[in-house]
Ligand binder design. Structure first.
Ligand code: PHE
Length: 347
């Protein structure tokens, strides 16, 4: 055995290892070259026949060959192995995780809040299950008054309170008017005018394409000295422009509410024809809700002197005014509460 043989053996081994295509082939090659009866060991056995000088030199070469073959086998095995699980390719494009978004009505509530907060209104919340007193009686609607029929009320099966009457699911956010006067009235004299924005859930016994049993209203209430209709008109126009676009306008028409005097219905110009009249709106306007100057009896119920203070109030449904936005020609508002992701994902 000489150095040339050894070199041949090493090169031959490295060549066949690099050409191996399966792990099975590799393990066969391992036995063939490095196994107990393998080629390297065969040569090792012959070492004892050599003289000491040759013995040392050949031994070293044999060890080198053994190391080279072992390494080649290991590398090739790695190449043929599938990537381990925790392997990380930092250049791979990232995985995007599905992300949700706020419900369209929550988005509308936030937008409405922002518009009024910039005018100095403070958002408040009042009970969604409230006494008859705050929902009707204190708003100048005594028991058995026919005006109450407008609000298709759902009553709670609970004990009646002597002063406050029955408990109801709030039919409108106007229940916040007298509650806010009671809260703020103590600081009112001279100092803090009321600029309330009450947004809450309302409930009425009505369900069709334009009504859901549960819906949301927002209610504005401003009380101070010398508040009049121009203040109301300015506020409504400001809201129209901010919510529907710079060309939008508001319009008020005489109406009757027991808790405002005078009372109005509020319309916004149609976003498609800007008030000229089109297929979508017919008249050029969309009716959204009610407004008026706070009735003296309501101020009194809230503990304020109507000779000193006056105010305006307005209120209507978030769903209604949201679905009038440009591009949102929703013909069935029940869809908003259908939990249908295919529908909701569009917003
Ligand atoms: N609460 C009335 C409704 O639900 C709207 C309204 C609010 C009217 C404030 C006048 C003043 O229809």
């Amino acid at each position: 055995m000489d150095a040339g043989n050894l070199l041949n053996l090493k090169n031959q081994a490295l060549a066949v290892i690099s050409e191996a295509e399966t792990k099975k082939e590799l393990s066969e090659l391992k036995v063939k070259f490095l196994g107990r009866k393998g080629e390297v060991n065969q040569l090792l056995k012959n070492l004892s026949d050599l003289d000491p000088d040759q013995k040392a030199q050949t031994g070293r070469l044999l060890n080198e060959a053994k190391t080279a073959i072992t390494q080649a086998l290991r590398q090739k095995t790695l190449k043929l192995s599938p990537a381990p699980r925790d392997w990380l390719d930092v250049t791979a494009p990232g995985k995007t995780f599905p992300s949700g978004h706020l419900h369209p009505i929550t988005q509308a509530i936030e937008e409405v809040s922002r518009i009024f907060e910039r005018l100095g209104f403070t958002r408040v919340r009042y009970p969604e299950v409230d006494w008859d007193w705050y929902v009707f009686e204190a708003l100048n609607m005594p028991e058995d008054h026919p005006a109450r029929d407008e609000w298709e009320t759902i009553f709670i099966d609970a004990e009646e309170n002597k002063k406050m009457g029955k408990m109801v699911l709030t039919t409108h956010t106007s229940n916040g008017q007298v509650r806010e006067m009671e809260r703020a009235g103590k600081t009112l004299p001279g100092k803090t005018p009321i600029r309330m924005l009450n947004i809450g859930k309302c409930y009425r016994r009505q369900q069709d394409r334009t009504h859901t049993v549960m819906f949301h209203q927002f209610e504005g209430l401003v009380v101070d000295r010398h508040i009049g209709i121009p203040d109301l008109k300015g506020t409504l126009n400001h809201f129209a422009r901010e919510f529907y676009g710079p060309k939008a306008r508001s319009r008020i028409r005489p109406f009757n509410f027991r808790f405002t005097e005078p009372s109005f219905e509020v319309d916004f110009s149609c976003v498609h024809c800007l008030g000229r009249g089109c297929r979508f709106c017919k008249s050029g306007w969309h009716e959204v809700g009610g407004a008026g100057l706070v009735h003296p009896n309501v101020l009194k119920a809230g503990g304020l002197n109507p000779k000193v203070y006056s105010g305006f109030a307005f209120g209507w449904g978030i769903e209604r005014c949201y679905t009038l936005k440009p591009g949102l020609n929703l013909d069935d508002i029940r869809l908003l509460y259908s939990s249908n992701l295919e529908f909701l994902n569009q917003f």
